[in-house]
Design a protein around this ligand. Structure first.
Ligand code: BDR
Ligand code: CA
Length: 322
């Protein structure tokens, strides 16, 4: 890292759907943050479409200089299944046709980009993952020293004390590649896990969307357009046109825009069996009744409460700073 640049270097790994786009926009707009690279993985859409979306979003923000590398098309033990167009649209960004950016996908894979940047920003790089953990597991297996070079990891994934959103117990990012999630959660590094327990409590509604659409920031307007599709999906869940802020909450927590208030460090295990619990994040939250207690040796903090709602802060940032 340059000695004069005190901004936090952040690497984002994502499956660029709609809330991933909000996370990307947040990291671009957040003061003191230097987004140094983005890797893509299949999830909401294919890794290649996610890379295209990311390049186009960066171009809208005038940030074509951020390298975007494509990662795994298939998950560790399963071929990509086509994504979730009913949630994120046919192209991952709600069917919105983004202006085609001039940027091209990097000539290296997402894992190679991450490994390279972890050396360039050794001890400083903050890793934020908001998709399946396939790329990160591949990188750890190729070079276990990654865990020592990265400062910390913030993961949107899992469900600790609430139901899953793909199966009764599994959250989508973990469900899509439980084997990769297991590798990442077992590695020797500091993790902040941002599960459905908190992401579902942070939402946007039509008044927020109106602010995005009414702004003079092109990226904010595009995000407002995308949210139309995302809100449709959430009507049955929330009973109104709104959406959960899964990925931007992880981004905000990673860089200190939202601060966890209840986040005990505990053992977390991923169910990798083929049974009904596949993809479950089993968080050992015993002994927490009287308040958060860290388990000796545990390096995964499970976020169960935060200091403020993300929505107003996110909209303020996106409509003024992009
Ligand atoms: C997660 O799954 C994806 O659909 C979202 O982008 C988010 O990362 C929520 O379970
Ligand atoms: Ca995502």
């Amino acid at each position: 890292m340059s000695t004069t640049d005190q901004r936090l270097p952040v690497y984002l790994d994502c499956d660029t759907g709609i809330d991933d786009s909000l996370a990307l926009a947040y990291l671009l707009a957040a003061p003191g943050v230097d987004l140094v690279g983005v890797g893509t993985v299949s999830g909401n859409t294919s890794a290649s479409q996610a890379a295209r979306n990311t390049l186009d979003l960066l171009a809208l923000a005038g940030r074509e200089g951020v390298p975007v590398a494509q990662g795994a098309e298939d998950w560790s033990t399963r071929a990509f299944d086509g994504g979730v167009p009913h949630i994120h649209g046919w192209n991952g960004v709600g069917g919105v046709e983004l202006p085609r950016g001039a940027g091209e996908v990097a000539g290296e894979s997402a894992t190679d980009l991450l490994l390279r940047l972890s050396r360039e920003y050794e001890g400083e790089l903050r890793l934020v993952t908001v998709g399946p953990l396939t790329n990160i597991a591949i990188a750890l297996e190729a070079d276990p020293g990654l865990a020592q070079r990265v400062k910390d990891v913030t993961i949107m994934g899992g469900a600790a004390l609430v139901p899953g959103n793909v199966s009764a117990v599994a959250e989508a990012n973990v469900w899509n590649d439980p084997e990769a999630a297991g590798i990442v959660l077992e590695a020797d590094w500091d993790i902040t896990l941002v599960p459905l327990d908190v992401t579902l409590e942070n939402t946007l509604d039509e008044s927020d969307r109106a602010r995005l659409l009414g702004s003079d920031v092109p990226l904010a307007v595009a995000l407002g357009q995308m949210l139309d599709h995302y809100f449709d999906f959430y009507v049955d869940f929330y009973g109104s046109r709104s959406c959960a802020l899964h990925d931007p909450l992880a981004a905000a927590i990673a860089v200190g825009g939202v601060v966890p208030t209840v986040a005990p460090a505990v053992a977390v295990e991923v169910d990798e069996t083929e049974g009904p619990a596949r993809g479950q994040t089993i968080c050992d939250l015993r002994g927490q009744r009287l308040g958060p207690v860290d388990q000796p040796g545990a390096r995964t903090r499970v976020v169960l409460g935060t200091d403020r709602p993300l929505g107003p802060h996110l909209i303020d940032l996106l409509t003024t700073a992009c």
